[in-house]
Ligand binder design. Structure first.
Ligand code: NDP
Length: 279
């Protein structure tokens, strides 16, 4: 039976620490403002944006909200980003993804100044992470490292298997794990014998985007299991990428869904905003 890694508790601790840091920075005369841009009225995006603004208010940062209609052109969005890039009062810029299909996501990400890229998605941020230079780190993988560290999980020399190679989770996760001196294997949809591979993991991180895909048979007894997935059924119940009950029996530690990785993403976004304010 596993110990549960409590992401809600750890994210609350981080937000308290950040709140104190913001107070100190304010005493020294600094102000922090996050600009949040949402294009269209996707309900899930609306919830994420509201939670991000709430977190800003909690730790003492200002937030500016730009709710643009679905038919906003790419040029209009890029003009707004350019204006915010030049605005010294704005430290961080976030465009809530996904953007509508007529707007190219990559172009939008590339338009955000790397100095204000608190999501850590800009190619310069990713490049800096790759070669070990300072820069903003993608929030979900950064949050997983915090979860592991604050739960006392040793990463040095351990075998970490990451299932998924997306730009926002799998790939940056692999780079962060390397930074922690883990031996890293990244699996994806072309990987052969995934189950056997996962069973060699001391730390198994799953970001596959398929509901309860990883069953207990994929988990080595005593492994640490981190479930990034979020899936909602018709009754609004949340599920992860891992079949929790089965993995729970085998793992030494496990993150639940909800209450595991999810709350850490916003906490690390706030961490990046405070970092931007410090700069
Ligand atoms: P993507 O869909 O971008 O990536 C999924 C990855 O899984 C791909 O690399 C894909 O491989 C791989 N994959 C798909 N099927 C298989 C398979 N059968 N075997 C092995 N690998 C497979 O997802 P994201 O990384 O964006 O997100 C993953 C999950 O995490 C989602 O459920 C998402 O909702 C959730 N999420 C949660 C966050 C949080 O805050 N908790 C934040 C971000 C995401 P290939 O590259 O070959 O196609």
């Amino acid at each position: 039976m596993a110990t549960i890694i409590d992401g809600k508790k750890i994210s609350a601790e981080i937000k308290e620490e950040l709140k104190e840091k913001v107070e100190q920075l304010k005493e020294a005369g600094a102000e922090g403002t996050l600009a949040v841009i949402q294009v269209g009225d996707d309900p899930a995006s609306g919830v994420y944006v509201r939670n991000k603004k709430k977190a800003c208010a909690y730790i003492g940062l200002h937030s500016q909200s730009f709710e643009l209609p679905e038919e906003t052109t790419q040029k209009e969005l890029l003009d707004l980003i350019e204006r915010l890039n030049r605005d010294d009062a704005v430290n961080g810029i976030l465009v809530q993804l996904p953007v509508p299909a007529h707007i190219d996501e990559k172009t939008v990400i590339n338009a955000i100044s790397p100095d204000k890229d608190v999501d850590g998605f800009h190619p310069q941020s990713v490049g800096s992470l790759t070669i070990g230079q300072p820069g903003f780190v993608s929030c979900t993988p950064a949050g997983i490292i915090e979860l592991l560290k604050r739960s006392g999980v040793e990463m040095d020399g351990k075998h970490c298997v990451i299932v998924g190679r997306s730009n926002i989770v799998g790939k940056p996760m692999a780079l962060l794990m390397l930074r922690e001196n883990a031996t890293v294997t990244v699996a994806h949809s072309h990987t052969r014998q995934l189950q056997e591979l996962c069973r060699t993991a001391d730390i198994l991180i799953v970001a596959v985007g398929r509901k309860e895909f990883i069953t207990g048979d994929y988990v080595r007894p005593g492994a640490v299991v981190i479930d990034v997935g979020i899936h909602r059924d018709e009754d609004n119940h949340l599920f992860g990428d891992v079949k929790y009950d089965e993995a729970f029996e085998k793992a030494s530690m496990i993150t639940p869904v909800p209450g595991g990785v999810g709350p850490m993403t916003i906490a690390m976004l706030m961490h990046n905003c405070v970092e931007a304010m410090t700069r």
